[in-house]
Design a binder for this molecule. Structure first.
Ligand SMILES: *[C@@H]1O[C@H](CO)[C@@H](O)[C@H](O)[C@H]1NC(C)=O
Ligand SMILES: *[C@@H]1O[C@H](CO)[C@@H](O)[C@H](O)[C@H]1NC(C)=O
Length: 481
């Protein structure tokens, strides 16, 4: 298509838009003239009506989780390169990495063993405790009044705008973690997306999600027709994978003890940078990211999934959301079926074990007898004993509630496709709260038991029963340590 034909096509397209806007006008929304002039001005700007917005979230904190903030900073650079403006990019990150004492290159963050700094210029909209569930929800909905702290930036979008949301962090069945350790449950997120849709303040929305069991956030929950297209790093029942890890990746800079990226996240970003977002569709990217993230045979990889209005929106161009990357303008997308354009399968580490890798590598490399070695050792022991404590207490609670025979089986049972994780999300929330009161925080490792708590709800267990069992189980375990 020549540029002229493309403009004519866009113009025709816009006429349909204005006609439909006219219908809105009849219903009392008389903003047509200004909308129209805004539109024509925008065509000159970037060949697209409306504004591109992005919300980027790194869901964790701590140097062992370096990679989530690296993913998000990288995504910021990619969007910025694509022409999105800072005023339209909202960043949630704890921001404890760049100047962390363990960072061998202070003030910088990399997302690839040979990568350059991706931290420079990243807006610090919601950092530290301000990177909360409440602020994330308020930012998506454009509710400035519900924001506490931070920059106050929200997605103040119009009906023609496109929204891109990217989350990278820790999750579990039906849940995502925010850096302040609070939980965002799948039903909450779906409700927010429904609400956003009801305000008619976007044309389409793309959600890229990296977390363990991330498929469980959308599967059987995200309705069709919201003009939302989502892909997730994993299906509802598996871990997602960290990559560019110490000891696993060629050219890995040995001074880093931590994984630098996550497999799905670096896959979509490196794919975008390598190809031309003006010529590559969401569906094409999904296929390529899926191939790379399966990492050979899925043994050390995960199933990338897609949800929502996949048929309709999947045909859309990446550039509609990510912008046009000028450096790549001369390339065209070639849909190759052989894999030689993909990097070979790389060493990866399950997201839930990545913190062990960090402390282990730190321990190995610290000089014998140093304070650093001792500290790393203590942290390793702490993480492993926390994991064992959670494992044991959940197991014991299952036996107390359902009996020795059925308990273990009920805790891990997976409902058939078509049935959500839990019927009563309030119950799940209360169960988790009750457990944490008596047994301590689940943290990133313990989130994998979200399904066990959901199964308790589905089996009709009441929170008082769980409270009783938790008191017993966790008192016993503490006494034994
Ligand atoms: C939270 O936001 C407030 C208001 O912008 C700011 O003063 C404070 O420093 C922020 N806290 C963190 C931890 O960034
Ligand atoms: C793209 O092609 C144009 C015209 O041939 C050329 O001037 C420009 O330098 C090229 N851009 C890149 C990034 O290769």
């Amino acid at each position: 298509m020549t540029p002229l034909v493309a403009s004519v096509f866009l113009l025709l397209f816009s006429v349909t838009e204005i006609v439909s806007a006219g219908r809105d006008a009849i219903q009392g929304n008389l903003r047509l003239p200004s909308e129209a002039s805004r539109f024509f001005q925008k065509i000159e700007d970037d060949g697209l009506e409306g504004t591109r917005w992005a919300v980027l979230v790194a869901g964790s904190r701590g140097f062992s989780n370096y990679r989530h903030q690296a993913d998000v900073c990288h995504a910021y650079q990619l969007l910025k390169n694509g022409g999105l403006k800072d005023e339209n990019i909202i960043v949630f990150m704890y921001d404890d990495i760049a100047f962390h004492e363990d960072n061998p290159r202070p003030g910088t963050i990399i997302n690839h063993p040979d990568g350059t700094d991706v931290y420079k210029g990243v807006p610090k909209d919601y950092t530290g405790e301000n990177a909360s569930v409440e602020n994330f929800i308020a930012a998506i909905l454009g509710n400035k009044n519900d924001i506490t702290g931070g920059s106050g930036k929200v997605v103040d979008s119009d009906p023609n705008d496109r929204i891109f949301i990217f989350y990278s962090g820790h999750g579990g069945p039906g849940v995502l973690e925010m850096p302040d350790h609070s939980h965002l449950f799948a039903n909450q997120l779906i409700e927010v997306l429904n609400k956003k849709r009801a305000t008619r303040t976007y044309k389409s929305l793309v959600f890229y999600l990296e977390a363990c069991e991330s498929g469980s956030i959308f599967e059987d929950l995200l309705p069709q027709g919201l003009n939302i297209y989502a892909t997730t790093a994993a299906n509802p029942v598996e871990d997602s994978w960290a990559t560019y890890c110490p000891g696993h990746s060629p050219n890995f800079p040995p001074e880093y003890h931590t994984c630098l990226g996550d497999l799905y996240s670096v896959s979509w970003m490196e794919d975008t940078e390598k190809n031309n977002p003006v010529a590559e569709t969401l569906q094409q990217q999904y296929e390529r990211v899926k191939t790379r993230t399966m990492n050979g045979d899925y043994k050390y990889g995960s199933h990338v999934m897609q949800y929502g209005d996949t048929d309709r929106l999947g045909m859309g161009l990446l550039s509609v959301y990510l912008g046009a990357h000028l450096a790549n303008d001369n390339y065209t997308f070639v849909d190759r079926h052989d894999d030689d354009s993909l990097p070979p399968p790389t060493g990866v580490v399950g997201q839930r074990d990545a913190d062990l890798v960090y402390f282990w590598d730190k321990y190995l490399k610290a000089p014998k007898g140093s304070a650093r070695k001792l500290e790393a050792q203590q942290q390793l022991v702490e993480i492993m004993s926390h994991g064992m404590h959670i494992d044991q207490s959940v197991k014991l609670i299952g036996k107390l509630l359902f009996g020795t025979e059925r308990g273990p089986e009920i805790l891990v049972s997976i409902r058939p496709a078509g049935q959500p994780l839990v019927d009563d999300w309030e119950c799940l929330k209360e169960m988790v709260g009750t457990f944490e009161t008596h047994c301590g925080k689940l943290n990133q490792y313990g989130m994998k038991y979200m399904r066990s708590f959901a199964n308790m709800c589905n089996a009709g267990i009441r929170t008082e029963q769980l409270a009783e069992a938790s008191t017993l189980a966790c008192a016993g375990i503490h006494a034994n340590v």
